[in-house]
Design a protein around this ligand. Sequence first.
Ligand code: 5GP
Ligand code: ZN
Length: 122
Amino acid sequence: MDSGSEGSEGSECLFCGIVRGDVPAEVVHESDRTVAFRDVNPQAPTHVLIIPRRHEPDVAALAVAAPDDVAAIGAAVADIVTGEGLDDGYRVVFNTGASANQTVFHCHAHVLGGRRFDWPPG
Ligand code: 5GP
Ligand code: ZN
């Protein structure tokens, strides 16, 4: 079995398909470690998902397996904020686990902007 960067779930994972280019996506940013694309069901005027090319189920697992990938997600946030004109404020969300409504178990950061956000979140 290929034990490369995608991990064991790679062949069945939607977001690994986007990394490979097998699943179409509106890509807005790429680095050697990350891919960022517009969410198909946007919850704000700007709604971008940043994913590591490496398959890990969530950000905590990614931090253990590949901490440089977590830093790369932060750097991608900065580039997207500049590119999308979100300097007034934005929200970065990692839904993690079923009770937090994570639906795709390939680590991803939601970058949301272009409107006001309430606190506490729903
Ligand atoms: P989660 O609920 O796991 O935090 O976020 C998964 C996100 O992926 C959702 O916001 C959903 O709209 C988005 N999504 C699901 N399937 C696709 C897809 O095929 N393409 C894109 N661009 N986004 C997707
Ligand atoms: Zn994956």
